[in-house]
Design a protein around this ligand. Sequence first.
Ligand code: ADP
Length: 517
Amino acid sequence: MEKIQQFLDKYFGIRVLRKEQKIIVDNILSHKDVFCLLPTGGGKSLCYQLTALLMDGVTIVISPLISLMKDQVDYLKNIGISAEYINSTQTPDEIDDIMIKVKNGDIKLLYIAPERLDYNKFVIKFNNIHVSQVAIDEAHCVSQWGHDFRKSYRNILPFINSLENRPIVTAFTATATEEVRIDTIKLLGLNNPFIVFGGFYRNNLQINVHKEEDKLEFVKDYIRAHEDESGIIYCSLRKEVDMLYGVLSDIGYSVSKYHGGLNDEHKNINQEDFLFERKNVMIATNAFGMGIDKSNIRYIIHLSMPKNIEEYYQEIGRGGRDGAFCRCHLLYSRDDIRTAEFLINTSTKMDRREIELRKLQAMVELCETEGCYNEYILNYFGDAVKRKYCGNCSNCVNSEGLKDLTLEAQKILSCIYRTKAQFGISVMTDVLRGFKGTKIQQYRLDEISTYGIMREYTSKAIKDIINIMLEQGVVDRKEGTYSMLVLNKLSLKVLRGEEQVFGKLSDNTVCENEELF
Ligand code: ADP
């Protein structure tokens, strides 16, 4: 443990590991395979980088993008960690030099693109090399269900099997549905892996869907009103990026652009203009963003609907990485469906079209749902949520009759706490209303501090709120009893003000107490 702390301080300048990181690191160090699903910005890289330092041998990181690899290796070298990458930009001599260093045990982290593993000549270089860990970044690429499937990812398992001693295998991704998760674990041959499923809910991302708006007017108005903030505008097509860039720069806004049609130099300059705040707004296709670590992005506008929820969540995930609010505006029109279908039909191989069209269907359903957008997304990723409303997306905010019940929930929870979780809904309601029933007198519940703190509510209102809390997992029934209420982890978060509770009370529920007693 001490060593972990020491290395964290010494190299990374980080004081503590986040909860999920700690679990992951502990498992890797106990030689267990790990499958880790954490949202973008969740701190996945640190997990394999830190463990690489703590184990003998080299950690091989399989990473999908040459630019990402270079960024990470530069960063690691900068903080004093011996890291290298091997990719198609190097000559055979350069590669041999690096492999000699690896053989001599001078390298702790070696980054490679999966395409390297297509060559047996490369694979056999690892004979007699002590590989402690194979870490697979963007692991969903192994599965045909993953949104950016890469054939070479299928060579990872044969590579692992070719090594003399099986290393620990760790897989990291930010977007995976249950299908992808099961498929990835199987295709990477993970051995009874420890699965980390970090909560996907980011309460600082506010999701707004606008239907059939005048898109151009919306964007112009929005930028005018938020001129000092950093934001990204995602478009589906390159020509849309060029068009919007033309319109906005003609007006005089500080905009940059990025898409696959620009040459590398142009892309780099534009990206840096945005990262270093010479330009406030980045207009881009989905080619922009992988590995972008800009913390203060305050808004993300999608000029049209992305092809699938994975892409959408990954793109909005780039906002608010400093923890402050980021407003996400998705401008949806039914024409977007045709554009998305066109993109799928022209850029996806036949055998994947059906999968992509199904994902598109889910994206359309998200745009058209009248329920909570966050709930829909979390359920899509299999992050089973009982809570029906986030209180934070445009559907929740505009939902008629939706109330913030956090204060009421806190009163109820503290009453359950003070009565030591020995009573059910009826007694709890009586205590909160300050009613003098026989049970109340028998157990002297009128002497506790929460007695009568909800006098102004009717019994029905309190009971309805408790039922909403039960339904949303904010409080539980004590195991083995029918009705006793007991606090759980979420209750504590609500009590501490870290989580809110929203719900709809039925029409005939009056909160104001009209009964006299
Ligand atoms: P991911 O790979 O999951 O997208 P990163 O590993 O790039 O996330 O981490 C995102 C940011 O959070 C980085 O700037 C990183 O330095 C920072 N970070 C990671 N772990 C911690 C931690 N325990 N405490 C503070 N900052 C952290």
